[in-house]
Ligand binder design. Sequence first.
Ligand code: ADP
Ligand code: MG
Length: 699
Amino acid sequence: MLDTAIEYLKGVGPQRGEVLKRELGIYTCGDLLLHFPFRYIDRTRFHHIRDMRQEGEAYQLKGVLRRLETVGEGRVKRLVGTLRDETGAVELVWFQGISWLERSLTVGKQYVVYGRASLFNGRFNIAHPEMEELSPENAQSARTFDPVYPSTDRLTQKGLDARGLRKLLRTLLDQITPAEVPETLPDALLSAYRLMPRWEALNKIHFPENQQELDAARRRLKFEELFFLQLRLLQIRHRRKTSSQGFVFEKVGDYFHRFYREKLPFELTNAQKRVVREIRADLGAGAQMNRLVQGDVGSGKTVVALLSMLIAIDNGYQACLMAPTEILAQQHYNSITELVGDLGVQVGFLSGTVKGKTRKAILEALASGDMHIVVGTHALIEEAVQFHRLGLAVIDEQHRFGVEQRAALWKKGAGMPPHVLVMTATPIPRTLAMTLYGDLDTSIIDELPPGRKPIKTLHFTEAHRLRVQGFMREQIAQGRQVYVVYPMIEETEKADMLNLMTGYEALSRDFPPPEYQISIVHGKMKPADKDFEMQRFARGQTHIMVATTVIEVGVNVPNATVMVVENAERFGLSQLHQLRGRVGRGAEQSYCLLMTTQKLSADARERIQTLVRTNNGFEIADADLRLRGPGNIEGTQQSGMIRFLIADLAHDGHILTAAREIAKRILEADPELTAPENHRLREHLASTGKEARLWSRIS
Ligand code: ADP
Ligand code: MG
């Protein structure tokens, strides 16, 4: 039955079948079974109009439609009705589908009405209520929760609105037998975690009789979805570790030890030490390393990368470090050459701007093996770049690189893929990391080097402009430097550019030369000019850096202590956090001043408040996920993968964590799931295997 084409289900036929396929991607009865309701109408009780109390609460009412008329014109045009029962009257409002509703509703008739109460001018009304003519079937309460399915105009035209789909699902569920929906989880697991059996869950998700049943069905289905994904990812990881080969870096040698003893200018934090140990273990294990290092801005990832690269060199291999922008690559190059000093490690720089003789010399040194480390941009993955023995590739700021780019790097290994270390300063919410990178090993640097003063974040509006300027002057007088960042997005580029230039001019008046020097950097400038301005600021020759988000990633000017973000309400949470990370890099107290308009949307207000409250990147990433939903988190759109049937990463973190733990435990005992008690798992994985995508492969 489940494999039957959808048009053969009673009540469907070729025409409706076609729309179901086109609009909802439902090809078979099985697909329909997995088309879950997105909400429910609680039919278990009727309320009296007089008893409506709570704004936002959903009510089922029964009464006579007393009035129905269109009000207003154009965009504010709406259809207004009045429903009356024996206790009072309530207004019903529609903003869409007006003409159709006018035709289908009749004044004087009795209706069952369902919807959420909203308060308007001190009185309750219901916007876009569900209307059903009163009939013997719906007059009684205590039926069920009615499922409401995602539908579209096209479907509605074919009679497949919420009610039509409900009927189809009823038909389907009445026709299939429990045997056709086999259990996928072992009995022991079902009872240990009190999970509803699959057959029951699929029935109750469509037609629950009460909230408890609905909750239990949801929990079971979410668990199942997350659990099998984790099982699959962890199995990939396990197989890679046991079967894929990698270079063995068995020793930690001279370069590493001498660097550690003679060159390292500070004591590593415990978190850095732990991560270096984790990497060290990977490099010696005989399988290719695929490790993601997450660490907040300023947590000291560069030196961790360098130590790893030194291990590669100690074992006779080369290493490369790839960064997403020229500025960043240059900075990495500078800090690495400075750190290694006269250790005897040959470090080179390669980007699109390196040309002619210099480029030729670098390519030759890489091919001959004379050069140990090369730092660069995308230029590193060009065909012409050949390594003698590339053993380790470090990629900074992972989300800016596509999978193909990483794969290209992979091919440069000497017969085998190099070890891969990915570093990101964009903390990914834990739930997302477990899903996106569930097959990777992750390390977290969750500690900042000592002596850092937490950045103070403050929220200001235009009314405080003078105070903010006064503060900037004070800081500059103390020898510090200031960033002023403006939003710049493609859609509103012209207006944004104007905004930036106006801001720049105003600043130039308020901070006039020769006393004050101002740099400006934006995306429309030539790379060389950008670089020149960046360098001036980095050397302390200018006091203020006016910029767009081009300075977001990685730029390191420890003397800059103030970050002013203009129109902060227009930035995303993670982006603001990244910007804030540009300051607080030196010993001085740093500040982040968020300038916004007076009026803020609820979301914008929450973003600003979150930043003011916390400096913790992981907490911020979680808030970002909650506010924007998983589909919008940076790095996930391209992969186009977080499409769950029912699980929701923003809210189901606890289920996910449990699912991952359980999957881990099962695989530890039985990696290939060959034990009899795991046969359901093995079969389900095999039967869904062809659809399953490999979510993420770094290499
Ligand atoms: P990020 O993780 O943002 O890439 P960096 O590697 O750029 O951070 O490090 C930020 C700054 O902190 C650098 O100036 C670096 O030299 C310094 N640093 C790194 N580790 C330590 C440490 N353990 N103690 C003191 N300073 C450190
Ligand atoms: Mg960095």
